[in-house]
Design a protein around this ligand. Structure first.
Ligand code: NAD
Ligand code: UDP
Length: 326
C-alpha cells in the first residue's frame, strides 16, 4: 500500500519507469533516485541508450530490466510511470505497427500490473492527441483533430487509445491513474539523430550544415525544458485532486523560423536556412493551456527557451566533440 506523509508528499517508494533509458525517462529515474526512491528502469533500448543511465548503474536503489512492454511483466512496485514509446516522428514511423503495439499493448500490460499490485500509474500522453488543432491554445477539454489513417496516426491514435484504456481501467477496475499530455520538450540527452526540431537545428548549426526547415517555417510549437517538465510530471503523480488529463508544457510559442534564428545566434553558426517539403499532417500550431496544472499544483515553467537552449547547446557541443575525437 502507499505510504503517505502528512503533507501529502510521498516517502520512499518502489517505482517502475518504463522507457527509463530514453531522454525523459533517464532524467526521471535520476530525479526519483535523488528523492530517495527505489527505481526499476524497464526499456527495450529502441531509442533509449545505456549511456543515458550509466551513471545510475552503481546506485543500489536502481535496477535495469531489458524488456519490451508489448509483453506482460511482473514487478512489485507502488508507482508506475509509463513512458515507453518512441517520441520522434522518424522513430515512431520507422515501424508504425510496432508503435501502435507499444502504446496499446504496453498500456494494457502496465495497467494490468497496476491493478494487480495496486499501484498508482501515470501515462505519458502527448499534445499529439490534439492532432492539427482547431482550438488554440489547446485545453484538456478539446477532443482534437487527428487524421486516423495518416502517417502520424500510429503515434497519435496509439496514444489516444492508451488514454482510453487508462480511463476504462479507472472506471471499471478503480485503478488509480494519472494522465499527462506532454507538449514538445527538449534538453540534454536528446539523441543527435533524434530527428526532432530542437536537436536537428542545434546539431546542424554546430556542424555548420544547412538548417532544414520543413515547409515555410511559420508553423508554431511551444518548447518546454526537461527540468520544468519533470517537476510537473512528478507533481501530477503526487497530487490527489485529479486523474487528469493535465497539459504540461511551456506556453511560449515560436515559429520554426524564430527557433532556427535563435539557435544560429546562440551557436554563432554560419549555417544557412534551407527549406524541405513539410511532412503530411504536420500540425500548424501548438500551445498548451496550462491553467489546470497551475490550479492543481501551482506549477509554472521556470526556464525560458532563451535559458534552456544554451544548456542544450552545451550538451550537444560536448557530446559531438567526444564523438569526433573517437
Ligand atoms: P525517447 O524515444 O527518448 O524515449 C522512449 C523510451 O522508450 C526509449 O528509451 C525507448 O527505448 C523506450 N521504448 C520504446 N518502445 C519500447 C517498448 N516497446 N518497450 C520498452 N521500451 C520501449 O522519447 P522521450 O522524448 O523520452 O519520450 C518519453 C515519453 O514521453 C514517450 O512516451 C513520449 O510519447 C512522451 N512524450 C514525449 C514528448 C517530448 O517532447 N519529449 C512529448 C510528448 C510525449
Ligand atoms: N521541423 C523542421 N525541421 C526539422 C525537424 C522538424 O522544420 O529538421 C519541424 C516539423 O515539421 C514540425 C516542427 O518542426 O513542424 C516540430 O517537429 P518535431 O518533430 O520536433 O515535433 P512534432 O512535430 O512532433 O511536434
Amino acid at each position: 500500500m502507499f505510504k503517505f506523509v502528512t503533507n501529502g508528499g510521498l516517502m520512499s517508494q518502489r517505482i517502475l519507469v518504463t522507457g527509463g533509458a530514453g531522454f525523459l525517462g533517464s532524467h526521471l529515474c535520476e530525479r526519483l533516485l535523488k528523492a530517495g526512491h527505489d527505481v526499476v528502469c524497464l526499456d527495450n533500448f529502441f531509442t533509449g541508450r545505456k549511456n543515458n543511465i550509466l551513471h545510475l548503474m552503481d546506485n543500489k536503489h536502481f535496477e535495469l530490466v531489458r524488456h519490451d512492454v508489448v509483453d506482460p511483466f511482473k514487478a512489485e512496485v507502488d508507482f508506475i510511470y509509463n513512458l515507453a514509446c518512441p517520441a520522434s516522428p522518424i522513430h515512431y514511423q520507422y515501424n508504425a505497427i510496432k508503435t501502435i503495439k507499444t502504446s496499446v499493448m504496453g498500456a494494457i500490460n502496465v495497467l494490468g500490473l497496476a491493478k494487480r499490485v495496486n499501484a498508482r500509474i501515470l501515462q505519458a500522453s502527448t499534445s499529439e492527441v490534439y492532432g492539427d488543432p482547431e482550438m488554440h491554445p489547446q485545453k484538456e477539454s478539446y477532443w482534437g483533430n487527428v487524421n486516423p489513417i495518416g502517417l502520424r496516426a500510429c503515434y497519435d491514435e496509439g496514444k489516444r487509445c492508451a488514454e482510453t484504456l487508462f480511463f476504462d481501467y479507472h472506471r471499471m477496475n478503480h485503478v488509480d491513474i494519472r494522465v499527462v499530455r506532454i507538449f514538445n520538450t527538449y534538453g540534454p540527452r536528446m539523441r543527435a539523430d533524434d530527428g526532432r526540431v530542437v536537436s536537428n537545428f542545434i546539431v546542424q548549426a554546430l556542424r555548420g550544415e544547412p538548417i532544414t526547415i520543413y515547409g515555410d517555417g511559420l508553423q508554431t510549437r511551444s518548447f518546454c525544458y526537461v527540468d520544468d517538465l519533470l517537476a510537473a510530471m512528478v507533481g501530477v503523480m503526487e497530487q490527489t485532486e485529479t486523474t487528469g488529463p493535465v497539459n504540461i508544457g511551456n506556453p511560449g510559442e515560436f515559429t520554426m523560423i524564430e527557433l532556427a534564428n535563435k539557435i544560429i545566434k546562440l551557436t554563432g553558426s554560419s549555417s544557412q536556412i534551407i527549406h524541405h517539403p513539410k511532412p503530411a499532417d504536420d500540425p500548424k500550431q501548438r500551445r498548451p493551456d496550462i491553467s489546470l496544472a497551475r490550479k492543481i499544483m501551482n506549477w509554472e515553467p521556470k526556464i525560458s527557451l532563451d535559458e534552456g537552449l544554451p544548456r542544450t547547446i552545451d550538451y550537444f557541443r560536448n557530446t559531438l566533440e567526444c564523438t569526433a575525437k573517437k
